[in-house]
Design a protein. Structure first.
Length: 233
């Protein structure tokens, strides 16, 4: 257990910081994925054919290629694309995406494709009669969205979004290839430095299990909160 102690002689504090980094990347990527998912679901549910086709292409491509490949494409090509964009605005300096930003964007884009389908399915699950009744009553669109659509979409989408969050947590392990020190990267560094790979990788497994288990409890509680007042048959 000395290897996992805190201080100069142990790796406990390094693993704790790596866990915080994992949570930071996963949280930012999940929120970014919700933004992409909301936009994608809106496009898919619209009657504008080009938007529907664009959203279909987005979800098909991002769900069909490995997440690691997306990370590599963004890591090696994102900097060049960013420099091209800023050069259009007259800036000739060198810019690049750091490992944290690369990880957040890559995982966010991928999980946005899954969030798109989760949100779209939740919107379609809302009874059409309620929307029609609100329109017949003369309820303004924003009020209808706030009082009828949004609460029920949240309720229907929470279980699927919980799965998306779990994927987010586990996919952070892939960004270790960019050099960002999260749980997997720190475990690899510790294993290489101490020649004790089983100890560090077992510790990494425990840390991921703790994060995913706490997340499951959190989403279960959120689902119970969203279901309050719902009549059960």
């Amino acid at each position: 257990m000395g290897l996992l102690s805190w201080g100069d002689k142990g790796w406990g504090d390094e693993l704790a910081l790596a866990t915080l980094m994992t949570l930071a990347v996963a949280s930012c990527a999940f929120l970014l994925g919700l933004v992409f998912g909301s936009l994608g679901a809106t496009a898919k549910l619209s009657r504008i054919r080009p938007l529907v086709l664009l959203a279909d292409a987005y979800t098909t491509v991002l769900r069909g290629i490995p997440e690691l490949l997306v990370i590599y494409l963004l890591f090696f090509g994102g900097g060049g694309a960013l420099r091209f964009v800023v050069k259009m605005f007259g800036y000739d300096g060198y810019v690049e995406l750091n490992a944290f930003t690369t990880g957040v964007i890559a995982i966010g884009i991928v999980n946005g494709a899954y969030s798109t389908e989760a949100i779209r399915g939740a919107v379609l699950a809302v009874p059409k009669g309620q929307i029609e009744a609100a329109k017949a009553y003369g309820m303004p669109p924003w009020t209808m969205f706030r009082r009828i659509l949004a609460p029920q979409v949240l309720r229907y989408a929470l279980p699927s979004l919980g799965n998306v969050w779990q994927l987010c947590l586990k996919e952070t392990a892939l960004i270790s290839v960019t050099g960002l020190v999260e749980i997997m990267r720190q475990s690899t560094i510790g294993a290489g430095s101490t020649k004790q790979p089983f100890t560090f990788y077992a510790c990494a497994a425990v840390l991921y299990l703790v994060l995913t288990s706490l997340s499951s409890l959190g989403f279960a509680r959120a689902e119970r909160w969203a279901d309050r007042g719902v009549r059960r048959s």
